[in-house]
Design a protein around this ligand. Structure first.
Ligand code: PGA
Length: 249
């Protein structure tokens, strides 16, 4: 049995005050939600406020990125031990916006994932194809390459501690969700990659989230697919009622 994970990716939204305000409204709405794990990943500067606001709840806090060195002369970067010491449980790695705007590669995804695991964080590693790649029939080869480069080199114990998020780039922030069938097909493909590399038990145990325009009105159909183990939610995680109805799908 895979416990669903509902994770909010706040991207570059909300002040510290708005963060605290969100939790005040959100906490009572998910107080009884024991069917899934809940994570929220605010911008770095608001992680402390989020950890404080989420204290005593089942809501885990995470970063949206992490650098691979523990410390050093890396102006502007934040390390995994720093996130951990702040009270983070999770970290998103390899989001398509990082790949697109900040030169993230499968190689750096792997380095960040290893650093996160070493610090005791739980990485949510993102993969997904662009519209051009999908229309060019390259979806599976892109997913296979992202898996082989960013995830495949982990050892089985390391792999057992990660969550994978399938986020088709064409569905992110566009309102154009993948149909449950398209998502399910991609999840099946990723799970088969896991099976080949790490074996059937690992394939059965790994959680694969879907991300890309998940909203309160489409989450139920997505979650009804056997291979979809949760959601990575951007826009719809910013408002307490909206994210709570996703959590309580
Ligand atoms: P979206 O973003 O839900 O706003 O499409 C998802 C994501 O980028 O993780």
């Amino acid at each position: 049995m895979r416990t669903p994970l509902m994770a909010g990716n706040w991207k570059m939204y909300k002040s510290a005050g708005e963060t605290t305000q969100f939790f005040e409204e959100f906490k009572p709405l998910v107080e009884k939600s024991r069917h899934c794990e809940i994570a929220i990943c605010p911008p770095f500067v608001n992680i402390a406020a989020a950890v404080e606001a989420a204290r005593g709840t089942r809501i885990g806090i995470g970063g949206q990125n992490v650098f691979w060195a523990k410390e050093g002369a890396y102006t502007g970067e934040v390390s995994a031990p720093m996130l951990k010491s702040l009270g983070c449980e999770w970290v998103i790695i390899g989001h398509s916006e990082r790949r697109q705007y900040f030169a993230e590669t499968n190689e750096t995804v792997l380095k960040r994932t290893l650093a996160a695991l070493e610090a005791g964080l739980k990485p949510i590693v993102c993969v997904g194809e662009t519209l051009e790649e999908r229309e060019g029939g390259a979806t599976e080869s892109v997913l296979a390459e992202q898996f082989a480069g960013g995830i495949g080199p982990l050892d089985p114990t390391q792999f057992a501690r990660i969550v994978i998020a399938y986020e088709p780039v064409w569905a992110i922030g566009t309102g154009r969700t993948a149909t449950p069938e398209i998502a399910s097909e991609a999840h099946g493909f990723i799970r088969s990659q896991v099976g080949t590399k790490f074996g059937a038990d690992a394939a059965g145990a790994v959680r694969i989230l879907y991300g890309g325009s998940v909203k309160p009105d489409n989450v139920k159909n997505l979650m009804a697919q056997a291979g979809i183990d949760g959601a990575l939610v951007g826009g719809a995680s910013l408002e307490p009622n909206s994210f709570a109805s996703i959590v309580n799908f």
